[in-house]
Write a protein that binds this ligand. Structure first.
Ligand code: ADE
Length: 369
């Protein structure tokens, strides 16, 4: 089927273009396509700086469909920068519970406090000032600057890098910072000054809907098809180039459901490292027998009513995989545990859902509480 953009430029001519000229020429078809195909997303309705910021942070490492309900709830509960700056840590973690990568939420609060102190409770409308805020890198600074403030700054994330490296048939490793910088400079030099936000979002959108990873990009639907060098050369399967990642470390863990008197034991994690300051079901590295578990948890054997093996579960973090087995320990009574900030304690089972942010890593066992 012939498409409206097939008339734009014959492929043989497109082959002669420099990357910059190639990007210049795709602006028209790309923006036209975006006008017709942009998804209606909650954060696009009124692109105020705060909304753009929160959505872009949530969208890092999390799918659009998963983000939508989190975004709506976050906006209802913390509708302005100042509400975020003043939110209690547990409440904030509860709003983030399930999204993962919790340092994103901690940085949001730090940045909100700075925005209140230095910018009167707004985000600064300046790319350099945005970049200085915790958790805001060049992609997010560019997204906020362009979408919320209309500034001609690039927003180049992994998806946009895939699109750009295919269009220009670049075989550079897109995980290298220097390669990202080059593409950012390229985009900055060609992007339209009057539609910077739409331009960036169009690149994001085409990456999400058309120029998809792996499997096959849908070149037949792509507004940039006639300008795309990877398509012309049959290289969409090889580009983008990414150096293989280091394998994740595998950690065996035993997770305990310690239950007594209608309650379940949880613990607050230390303030540093993986899942810092979140709550967890007590757990230990390695595989443990029942008597080892009781000893390690400080539970006298006489308290044990019943022990039950629970199914295995796996959780993948960015650098580690937890391979877990579970052990339910039903006790006659609450054990004589000492109290302390990071020591385990018992909560009513109903309370667990309301007050204590428990990361997804434990969801297989939390369901069994
Ligand atoms: N992924 C990252 N940013 C996005 C945005 N603004 N809209 C849709 N998907 C995105």
């Amino acid at each position: 089927m012939e498409r409206w953009y097939d008339k734009l430029l014959p492929l043989s001519d497109a082959g002669e273009l420099s990357p910059r000229e190639r990007l210049r020429q795709l602006e028209g078809p790309l923006l036209f396509w975006y006008g017709e195909n942009a998804r209606e997303l909650p954060w696009r309705q009124s692109p105020e700086p705060y909304r753009v910021w929160i959505s872009e942070i949530m969208l890092q490492q999390t799918r659009v469909e998963a983000v939508k309900p989190y975004f709506e709830r976050f906006m209802r509960e913390l509708p302005a920068v100042r509400d975020l700056a003043e939110a209690g840590d547990d409440r904030l973690m509860k709003l983030w519970e399930g999204l993962g990568y919790y340092s994103r939420a901690r940085n949001l609060k730090k940045a909100a406090i700075i925005a209140c102190e230095n910018y009167g409770g707004d985000l600064p409308g300046d790319y350099g000032a945005l970049l200085k805020l915790p958790g805001i890198g060049s992609y997010t600074a560019g997204a906020i600057a362009s979408i919320a403030f209309g500034l001609a700054e690039p927003a180049v994330d992994g998806n946009v890098l895939r699109v750009l490296s295919r269009v220009t048939a670049s075989r550079e490793d897109i995980q290298k910072q220097a390669v990202k910088r080059e593409f950012e400079n390229l985009v900055r030099s060609v992007m339209p000054k009057d539609r910077a936000g739409d331009y960036n979002q169009a690149l994001i959108e085409v990456g999400a809907l058309v120029c998809v990873p792996n499997g096959g990009p849908k070149c037949g639907e792509c507004p940039m098809a006639t300008l795309c060098l990877a398509r012309e050369r049959g290289l969409t399967g090889e580009i983008p180039v990414k150096a293989p990642k280091k394998a994740r470390r595998i950690e065996e863990r035993t997770v305990f459901l310690v239950e007594a008197d209608g309650k379940v034991a949880i613990r607050k994690r230390e303030g540093k490292g993986l899942l810092a300051s979140l709550y967890e079901l007590p757990n230990r590295e390695g595989q443990m027998s029942v008597s080892q578990a009781l000893e390690s948890l400080g539970i006298p054997e006489a308290f044990l009513l019943e022990a039950e093996e629970l199914p295995e579960a796996k959780h993948i973090f960015s650098h580690v995989e937890w391979h877990m087995r579970g052990l339910r320990l039903r006790l006659r009574d609450l054990p004589p545990w000492q109290k302390g900030e990071h020591l385990p304690f018992f909560v009513d089972k109903e309370e667990l859902a309301e007050g204590y942010p428990l990361p997804n890593a434990f969801s297989a066992y939390r369901k069994l509480v």
